[in-house]
Design a binder for this molecule. Structure first.
Ligand code: ATP
Ligand code: MG
Length: 295
């Protein structure tokens, strides 16, 4: 028997096919504190400089990282959209360069408990999000917690951030191993990309990727793609203190140039090929379906 979420998924899948051209990217890592939020925010800046409409979703239930880095303070979060009749436009706060920001708050976890009526209200709102953004970047928490895993499994495109620290690399591999163990994981439907952060040289970044890709290919049969490296940069920490993304506070800084390169590369790859772009509504339906099945 099809469960409720499955039926809903069927029903909206036709609508989504047309509108779902938004690129959805989950940014994650094995270990915490490696630069996911910095990456999400600065990638957003670089992509919007290239004319893309970007929305960042903060799906980390811990500290309000993205808000701090963008220097904004949203009034509502996703829970207000689910329970308090707020629209998607109401819960998007605009930051620098008109980057949209949505605070997940407790709302992300609540998605699993929605009844049919609530879903009926929510899905059109999510579909609207697809028409508001070209790229949606989801800043997930660190580690191999259940909710992070759900995001990784639901997202067509995943970026794993790792640093030269040995524990960061082994934890990234553990994350891949856990993802691979899930019966829902389909390697051919996913694009998993590595970003090396806080490197001393570009070569060091490539080495991190090579290490991960060799074991991942050999033992998990997952081929990773390399997006690039971000230099260790004193201005990156300074920018956090100033509550500004380094890309804006220090436009010529070494890490800014790396973010720019990576942003350009991501857009080039997209133009060259038919990347999986399924939209955010599909993403959330996947997310909900998966959760429902589990409990
Ligand atoms: N390239 C870099 N050079 C120097 N410092 C950096 C760089 N990237 C990130 N940092 C610093 O590392 C710290 C952690 O970064 P960030 O908050 O982006 O990590 P995170 O992975 O989101 O952490 P969490 O797991 O807690 O969410 C910040 O103080 C940031 O300034
Ligand atoms: Mg963070």
């Amino acid at each position: 028997m099809m469960d409720q979420a499955e039926q809903l998924r069927k029903r909206v899948s036709q609508q989504i096919q047309q509108s779902g051209s938004t690129r959805v990217i989950a940014v994650t890592s094995g270990k915490g504190g490696v630069g996911k939020t910095s990456f999400s925010v600065n990638l957003a800046i670089q992509l919007s400089k290239k004319g893309k409409r970007v929305v960042i979703i903060d799906a980390d239930f811990g500290l309000a990282n993205v808000e701090i880095m963008l220097g904004i303070r949203p009034q509502y979060n996703m829970a207000d959209m689910i329970y308090h009749d707020k629209s998607i436009d109401d819960i998007i706060t605009r930051g620098p360069l008109e980057i949209g920001f949505i605070s997940g708050g407790s709302g992300v976890q609540d998605l699993v408990n929605l009844d049919k009526e609530q879903m009926k209200v929510l899905i059109p709102k999510l579909l609207r999000l697809d028409s508001l953004a070209d790229v949606i970047i989801i800043d997930t928490g660190a580690g191999i917690s259940d909710s992070v895993l759900e995001f990784v499994l639901s997202s067509p495109e995943v970026i794993i951030v790792a640093t030269p620290e040995p524990t960061s690399i082994t934890d990234a591999y553990s994350l891949l191993k856990t993802v691979n163990r899930s019966k829902d994981f389909m390697v051919e439907e996913k694009k998993i990309q590595i970003v090396a952060n806080r490197v001393g040289t570009k070569e060091e970044g490539k080495e991190i990727y090579d290490k991960l890709n060799i074991v991942s290919t050999k033992f998990l049969n997952i081929q990773l793609e390399y997006l690039g490296a971000i230099m260790q940069d004193a201005n990156a920490s300074k920018a956090v203190i100033e509550q500004k993304p380094v890309s804006l506070a220090f436009p010529n800084s070494s890490s800014t140039r790396c973010y720019q390169e990576i942003g350009n590369k991501m857009l080039e790859i997209q133009e060259e090929s038919e990347e999986p772009r399924e939209g955010i509504a599909k993403f959330f339906l996947e997310f909900i379906r998966r959760k429902r099945r589990k409990y």
